[in-house]
Design a protein. Structure first.
Length: 379
């Protein structure tokens, strides 16, 4: 790194994946991280200073209050405005920093204040290139979170298996109508018991599944597709798992069976293509063409697009959706990337069908970190 340059993040590490990657511990409120040629540092409030001394994965921990006292005593920070901008301006000026690089979502209020002193540029994702290539430890963190998702789905699958079909085609369990919310609670409780935070779990039946991120609600129906999408985050490490299966209680109709087969084939096609050096756009294009040539095109419907309407996959790690992407934009995959592979088909009248596994990109192929079976029909 050039001696006159610095990388800077001001954010909390509960929600900001770059900050968690940089600082290495969870903090619910915004704080300062910067890195110069002399090393990395955080600037912490009195509330978090002591904890940061023991947990932050940086070279130096500064006290925000002491830094502000020093800056204001010398009256040389000149940034004014917020405490964070004033403190970091003082520390970076002492290191003769001239230029600051920030993430693309850096708060504009801080950028405006810091531009009084420094040149401030932003960098599009990935802000940290190293974050896209996982270490062995990171791979195991993701693998463990995927296992949690699988166990959550297994719990939901047991309920679906034990449910009965009423005269109105609604599913019943323990004498009550089985609702999407019941499976969401079961999945979430399972994930929580295994040390993960989880929210917005998708259990979308029938027409609800046409919108890929519709959480789903209400009674579950026999003979209709049910998309279950689970994405737990480890409370210990912060790494996500991501997992989707589509099932039908009872017998699926011919259209759903054909679509499911094509989605599974498309996923296998992607598995066979993913390796170091392959452009994700090529993988996405192959999935799209597979659907089109088999009579399931992407089209404009009365209430939005139908067919294969999203990317074939995305990066996974400290972010649920992170770089690299496997979609219409060019993005060359590298060994050590972790990406989802999640082709899907969505048509009004049929519902939605999606399958999602998580793979590790390797030199000559990919390793599937997901183990759970794929079966459409549940007896």
């Amino acid at each position: 790194m050039n001696k006159s340059n610095a990388e800077l993040i001001i954010a909390d590490s509960e929600k900001d994946a770059n900050m968690l990657y940089a600082a290495g511990f969870f903090v619910p409120d915004p704080f300062i991280y910067f890195r110069t040629s002399k090393g990395s540092a955080v600037v912490m409030s009195d509330l978090e200073y002591g904890r940061a001394l023991g947990q932050a994965r940086v070279d130096k921990v500064y006290s925000l209050s002491k830094t502000l006292d020093e800056a204001r005593g010398q009256r040389k920070s000149k940034a004014g405005g917020s405490d964070s901008a004033e403190a970091v301006a003082w520390l970076l000026k002492k290191e003769n920093v001239k230029s600051i690089l920030v993430p693309e979502d850096f708060p504009i209020q801080y950028a405006d204040q810091l531009r009084k002193i420094f040149k401030v540029d932003f960098k599009k994702e990935p802000f940290f290139e190293k974050r896209t290539v996982k270490t062995d430890w990171e791979v195991e963190c993701v693998r463990k979170s995927v296992r949690v998702a699988e166990k959550g789905f297994a719990a939901a699958l047991r309920i679906l298996h034990d449910s009965s079909v009423g005269d109105n085609r609604k599913l019943y369990y323990n004498g009550k109508v089985l609702r999407a919310e019941d499976l969401q609670v079961e999945i979430n409780m399972t994930a929580t018991s295994l040390g993960c935070a989880i929210s917005h779990t998708i259990v979308a039946c029938g027409g609800q599944g046409v919108n890929p991120h519709n959480k789903g609600s209400g009674p579950l129906m026999a003979g209709r597709t049910i998309i279950v999408d689970i994405f737990p985050r480890s409370c210990k490490t912060g790494y996500f798992g991501d997992f989707t299966r589509t099932v039908v209680k009872g017998k699926a109709d011919e259209l759903a069976r054909k679509a499911y087969r094509l989605v599974a084939e498309a996923q296998d096609t992607a598995f066979g293509m993913i390796r170091d050096g392959v452009d994700g756009r090529v993988v996405h294009g192959a999935v799209l063409r597979h659907f089109e040539k088999n009579g399931f095109p992407k089209k404009e419907g009365k209430r939005g697009k139908e067919g294969f309407i999203h990317g074939a996959g995305h990066g996974l790690g400290l972010g649920l959706h992170e770089y690299p992407r496997v979609n219409e934009r060019s993005c060359v995959l590298k060994s050590g990337n972790i990406v989802t592979v999640e082709p899907g088909l969505y048509y009004r009248g049929m519902g939605g069908i999606r399958l999602e596994d998580v793979v590790l990109v390797k030199k000559n192929g990919c390793e599937n970190l997901t183990r759970f079976h794929k079966r459409l029909e549940i007896k």
